[in-house]
Design a protein. Sequence first.
Length: 234
Amino acid sequence: MPAPPPEPPAPAAGVRVLVCEDARPMRDFLAGGLEPFGILASGVEHGGALDAALEEQDPQIVILDVGLPGEDGFSIAQRLRRDRPRLGIIMLTARHGLEDRIRGLDGGADLYFAKPVDLRELAAAIFSLQRRLGGARAWRLEPHASRLHTPGGAAVDLTDLELRFLAPLLDRPGEVVEREDLFLALDQHPDIYAARRLETMVSRLRTKVARLCPGEPLPVKARHGRGYAFLVDY
């Protein structure tokens, strides 16, 4: 007789998450779908309800839809980052463009997911963000100011190409971003010369960070034949 499948983690051991999504089916899908992973999730439909729930529930992470009625997700993320700096913020939206991702991250979001989202991937991101929030400050990109902030609090000024390179990596931490996607972000034709320019830029960026922050090496790792990943031990 085959062994029964392992049970999901007990909800009492999970992270507390608040989902702000105006579409009832999606809100129920996210809140209910995350519970088997040991995540205590509940949902609200707009920014006003979110503010009230934040006072009552004290969640560790908020999942924000961008297209909310009244105050949109970008605006909510900005004030939450200002007023609750230790709150984890994940933006979940149908907008796939790079500019929207940059706007969300610059506005205070820790992670940015495009719909449709796989619940397993979302749950893994939530636990990774929880570990990060429980420890030291994280690497953070400030796109509009073209700066990279290190966990130790140092600010590294970036060129436009360095910013374009880092944005998709920090948008998907731990994942390999394919070279073709990076060439597209850099507005470069995907050939051997672009690959060499990319390698040179990454090398100079590592040197810049090492010079300004000797104890905080840039955690960008090359994946041979594929691309690059932003890997941090949380």
